[in-house]
Design a protein around this ligand. Structure first.
Ligand code: HEM
Ligand SMILES: *[C@@H]1O[C@H](CO)[C@@H](O)[C@H](O)[C@H]1NC(C)=O
Ligand SMILES: *[C@@H]1O[C@H](CO)[C@@H](O)[C@H](O)[C@H]1NC(C)=O
Ligand SMILES: *[C@@H]1O[C@H](CO)[C@@H](O)[C@H](O)[C@H]1NC(C)=O
Ligand SMILES: *[C@@H]1O[C@H](CO)[C@@H](O)[C@H](O)[C@H]1NC(C)=O
Ligand SMILES: *[C@@H]1O[C@H](CO)[C@@H](O)[C@H](O)[C@H]1NC(C)=O
Ligand SMILES: *[C@@H]1O[C@H](CO)[C@@H](O)[C@H](O)[C@H]1NC(C)=O
Ligand SMILES: *[C@@H]1O[C@H](CO)[C@@H](O)[C@H](O)[C@H]1NC(C)=O
Length: 375
């Protein structure tokens, strides 16, 4: 199932990427021009989020999130990885607005859920855990905390519980009123991306090369479906041979976990030695040609790439990795946030709130009457 999806979408991804490659440099230059000349402060700054946002309205929110995540992760350590990925997949599509959580609906507005986008379908995890957190948070402080902030807090807590860094999470995001599956297919990077394509996907979100290398370090925990690496193991770029940037011993190990045409549910650890610990091993794995995805190994095995020295720095200095990871997670968490009166605080994370007056009227009164009335 998964491999079927991936084969189908590969060409779409690549076609799209070709189009983007031409456009992005111009857009970015233009954007910087506007910001530097007319606004005068950097793109990354977001004055409106504040780590003490819920100090008076929901002072215990971080502990509540931590308790639920800790609880779940005792039985399912992989959930920490899944929750970090959920935040990433939220932020890259319409900003960090919890759009990824919205289910398919026809009313009150038509929503085509991002959950069935190719990078998400059959691979997104943790939606139920987010709902558990939301329920616990609503019990303590009803109507106060956004689902987008819950995703951000859950990502930080997950890093900590997996043995990784902690940081003060800027808060005050509000939840979006829509989702966009097409945009999810366009914006989320694919595991067969080259370094140029990865950089382009991150630049489009205002994230630079250091952010790319630091955030990819999240692949020190979690799993990937075998379908995402099948071609690397058996027929790389239609060469009939495995990916030459894959260590040959590791290749044999991976082929046991991921036999050719094996079950679509098979998964492999990102980090073969400490699969559930948030450490710097991701980078030493890359140095040893043991990156799981092509997109991982690209960071170290692309000739003359500026990412090689960053990988080397993080591989030899865990503090340097942690410091960059924290900064980049905060930067990612600022992408396209809704604040103030924009968006809403959802009651249930999978659905936008029904605007009760409009919605009740609209459903009770025939459409023509309603439209005539509202003009
Ligand atoms: C650089 C481009 C990236 C690509 C191409 C990529 C691709 C992937 C793929 C294909 C999977 C496996 C999904 C599955 O088989 O179910 C995965 C898992 C994961 N990704 Fe990424 N990813 C990227 C960046 C990131 C970033 C920026 C983060 C977070 C900061 C992240 C966090 C994770 C985590 C933690 C998992 C494991 C999830 C789990 O076990 O449930 N990834 N990624
Ligand atoms: C805060 O939440 C934690 C975890 O749910 C709980 O143990 C603690 O008693 C709460 N503290 C307050 C002041 O409500
Ligand atoms: C943690 O799990 C236990 C047992 O499953 C449950 O009784 C408890 O309510 C859970 N606590 C939270 C905060 O979810
Ligand atoms: C939302 O959709 C997911 C599948 O993407 C499903 O598992 C979940 O049950 C749905 N949630 C609700 C509340 O309907
Ligand atoms: C998502 O996966 C399901 C189950 O494998 C499949 O039936 C469906 O066609 C997929 N959706 C999309 C949009 O590819
Ligand atoms: C979703 O995003 C695509 C790509 O940017 C855009 O063309 C489309 O109009 C958007 N769809 C909706 C429903 O907003
Ligand atoms: C990337 O951005 C960070 C700030 O967010 C900055 O410290 C770093 O120098 C930048 N790296 C590159 C390669 O531009
Ligand atoms: C590799 O893939 C190409 C294109 O799909 C195919 O023509 C070729 O036979 C495959 N080679 C092997 C050894 O499977």
């Amino acid at each position: 199932m998964v491999s079927h999806n991936i084969n189908n979408t590969k060409t779409q991804f690549l076609e799209h990427q070709k189009q983007k490659m031409g456009l992005i440099p111009v857009t970015v230059v233009a954007l910087w021009y506007v910001i530097v000349v007319f606004v005068g402060f950097p793109l990354a700054s977001n004055a409106e989020l504040d780590s003490s946002f819920y100090k008076n309205t929901c002072p215990n929110v971080s502990s509540i999130v931590r308790e639920v995540v800790r609880n779940v992760s005792k039985k399912d350590p992989r959930m920490l990885a899944s929750l970090i990925r959920l935040h990433f997949h939220d932020c890259f599509v319409l900003g960090c607005d919890a759009s990824v959580l919205l289910n398919n609906t026809d009313t009150p507005t038509k929503i085509e859920s991002e959950q069935q986008a190719f990078p998400n379908n059959n691979s997104l995890r943790g939606l139920d855990v987010v709902n558990q957190i939301k329920t616990a948070v609503e019990n303590a402080c009803p109507g106060i905390v956004s689902c987008a902030d819950i995703l951000t807090l859950a990502a930080e807590v997950s890093s900590v519980l997996a043995g990784g860094p902690d940081w003060k999470v800027p808060l005050g995001r509000r939840d979006g009123l829509t989702a966009n599956r097409t945009l999810a297919n366009q914006n989320l990077p694919a595991p067969f991306f080259t370094l140029a394509q990865l950089k382009s996907a991150f630049t489009a979100q205002g994230l630079n090369t250091t952010d790319l290398v630091a955030l990819s370090g999240a692949h020190t925990i979690g799993r990937a479906h075998c379908s995402f690496i099948n071609t690397r193991l058996f027929n790389f770029s239609n060469s009939g041979k495995p990916d030459p940037t894959l260590d040959t011993t590791y290749l044999q190990t991976l082929r046991k976990t991921c036999p050719n045409n094996g079950p679509a549910t098979n998964i492999a650890n990102f980090d073969p030695t400490t699969p559930d610990t948030f450490d710097k091993n991701y980078y030493s794995n890359l140095q040893g040609k043991k990156g799981l995805l092509q997109s991982d190994q690209e960071l170290f095995s692309t000739s003359d790439a500026d990412t090689i020295s960053i990988v080397n720095t993080f591989a030899s200095n865990q503090d340097a990795f942690y410091e960059s990871f924290k900064a980049s997670m905060i930067k990612m968490g600022n992408i396209g946030v809704l604040t103030g009166k924009n968006g809403e605080i959802r009651k249930q994370c999978n659905f936008i709130n029904k605007k009760s007056v409009e919605f009740d009227l609209a459903s009770a009164v025939p459409k023509e009457v309603w439209l005539a009335h509202s003009k």
